[in-house]
Ligand binder design. Structure first.
Ligand code: ZN
Length: 405
C-alpha cells in the first residue's frame, strides 16, 4: 500500500505530465517552414525542471537539434539515445472536431492535437519517465541522451540525416537508440527493428515524335507501356503475398505508380513520356539484384529509357532481435515484466531510425500506445490521457533496463 503522501505525489506527477504534454502540443511546429523557437524554449524549461544540461546543435540555421543529457555512473560506457522529432505534419482544420493545436481534452480523456500520436507523446513520456526515476533517486550505468530533432516529417534531410555524420553526434558515443513506432488498435504493442528502403524513381522514355495518324516505330508510348507492365506485374506478385495473414506490409516490396508526365497535344506523338514510382524495398531483398532487375527492364523497353533517382536509400542492416543484442534482451525482459505483448516487425514507412541504423547504431521503433486507433497524419489525431500515462510507466521500466544493459 502506498502512503497518502506518495499517492498525492503520484497524482501531482500525472497532472504535470498531462500539462506538459498539452503545452507541447499547443506549440504549432507544423510543416512547412517550421519556427522551432518556442519549441526550444519549452524544452529548455523542461531540462531546467529536471536539473539536466541541454545543448542545442545547429547543423543548419533554424533547424535546432536539442540534446538533454543525464550522465550515467559509468560515463565512459557507450550511451543510450532516446529520440523524438519535434515537427508535425500539416492539418486541414475544417476536418477537425477541435482546433488541431488546442490540445482539447474531452470527458473521456482523449487529447486532440496534431502530434498527439506522432510523436510529441513519446518526447514527453521520455521526459516524465526520467523525472520520476530521478525523484526516486535512481541512477544508471550508461549516460542517457534525449534528442529532439527537426524536420523528420520532410525526410530529416536538414535534421537527423546530417546530424549522424557530425563530430557532435559521434561524441555522444551511442550504443543503442529508441525512436518512434505507431499506435496499435489491439492490446499488443508494435515494435520495429528495421525499415524498408525508400526509392523514388523517374523513368524517362524517349521516342520518335510525329503525327498522331502515323504508326511509327520506337515511340515513347510503347516504351512506357512496357515499363508500367513490368512494375505492375511485380506489384501484383508482392500484393498477392499479403493474402497470407502472417505477411505484413513491412515484409513486402511495395510499388506504386504516382505520376505520369508528358505529351503536348492529342494528335502529336510525344518525344518523351515519364513515369514515376514510389517503391519501398523489403529488408529481405538484395538491393543490388533489385536494381539490376529494373535496369534490365529499362534496357528491354527500348533505346534511351533511363532512370533518375529522386530518392535512393541504401540498404540498412536491421537491428537484431536475438540473444546477440543485449539491448533487445533487456528491452524484452522489461516488456515481459510489464506483461506487455510485442508485435515485432519491419516498419512499413520511413523514420529517422534509418539514419541512426545506417551509421551502425542498433535502434528500435516503439511508441507505447495500445488500444488506440492509428491516427498519425490523420484528422482528429488524439491520444487518451490514460494510455499516455501508462506509456510513462512503461518507459520507467524500459529506460533503466537498456541504460543498465
Ligand atoms: Zn513521426
Amino acid at each position: 500500500m502506498s502512503s497518502p503522501s506518495s499517492q498525492q505525489q503520484s497524482s501531482q506527477l500525472e497532472a504535470t505530465a498531462v500539462d506538459n504534454f498539452r503545452e507541447y502540443l499547443r506549440i504549432p511546429t507544423v510543416q512547412p517552414n517550421v519556427n522551432y523557437d518556442d519549441c526550444v524554449a519549452f524544452l529548455q524549461r523542461q531540462a531546467k525542471s529536471l536539473d539536466l544540461p541541454l545543448k542545442v546543435y545547429n547543423v543548419h540555421p533554424n533547424k535546432p537539434i536539442v540534446i538533454i543529457t543525464w550522465e550515467g555512473t559509468e560515463p565512459s560506457l557507450p550511451a543510450i539515445l532516446l529520440n523524438s522529432h519535434t515537427d508535425v505534419v500539416p492539418v486541414f482544420p475544417d476536418h477537425w472536431t477541435y482546433p488541431p493545436f488546442s490540445a482539447h481534452m474531452d470527458e473521456k480523456g482523449d487529447i486532440y492535437a496534431r502530434g498527439s500520436q506522432d510523436m510529441k507523446c513519446v518526447g514527453i513520456q521520455y521526459l516524465e519517465a526520467i523525472r520520476r526515476l530521478k525523484l526516486n533517486g535512481q541512477r544508471f550505468k550508461r549516460t542517457i541522451h534525449l534528442s529532439f530533432v527537426p524536420d523528420e516529417e520532410i525526410g530529416g534531410v536538414l535534421g537527423m540525416k546530417e546530424f549522424v555524420h557530425t563530430k557532435d553526434f559521434k561524441s555522444l558515443n551511442l550504443a543503442f537508440a529508441l525512436d518512434e513506432g505507431v499506435a496499435s488498435p489491439t492490446n499488443d504493442f508494435f515494435l520495429y527493428n528495421g525499415e524498408r528502403s525508400l526509392w523514388h524513381l523517374w523513368i524517362h522514355c524517349p521516342g520518335n515524335p510525329g503525327h498522331g495518324s502515323l504508326m511509327l516505330d520506337n515511340t515513347a508510348g510503347e516504351k512506357v507501356r512496357y515499363i508500367i507492365d513490368k512494375f505492375m506485374d511485380f506489384r501484383a506478385k508482392e500484393k498477392a503475398k499479403l493474402t497470407n495473414p502472417k505477411c505484413k506490409l513491412g515484409d513486402v516490396t511495395s510499388v506504386n505508380l504516382t505520376q505520369l508526365q508528358g505529351g503536348v497535344q492529342t494528335n502529336v506523338i510525344p518525344d518523351k513520356l515519364t513515369v514515376v514510382f514510389d517503391i519501398r524495398i523489403a529488408t529481405t531483398v538484395n538491393i543490388v539484384e533489385f536494381e539490376k532487375m529494373i535496369r534490365g527492364w529499362c534496357e528491354e523497353a527500348g533505346p534511351g529509357v533511363h532512370i533518375d533517382f529522386e530518392q535512393k536509400n541504401e540498404e540498412v542492416e536491421v537491428t537484431k532481435v536475438d540473444a546477440t543484442n543485449p539491448f533487445w534482451v533487456a528491452f524484452k525482459k522489461a516488456s515481459d515484466k510489464l506483461g506487455i505483448n510485442l508485435d515485432v516487425g519491419i516498419f512499413p514507412g520511413a523514420t529517422d531510425s534509418r539514419y541512426v541504423r545506417a551509421v551502425g547504431i542498433p535502434a528500435l521503433g516503439f511508441s507505447p500506445m495500445n488500444n488506440t486507433p492509428i491516427l498519425l497524419h490523420d484528422h482528429d489525431e488524439y491520444l487518451n490521457k490514460d494510455v499516455f500515462l501508462r506509456g510513462i510507466k512503461i518507459y520507467e521500466e524500459l529506460i533503466p533496463a537498456v541504460a543498465n544493459a
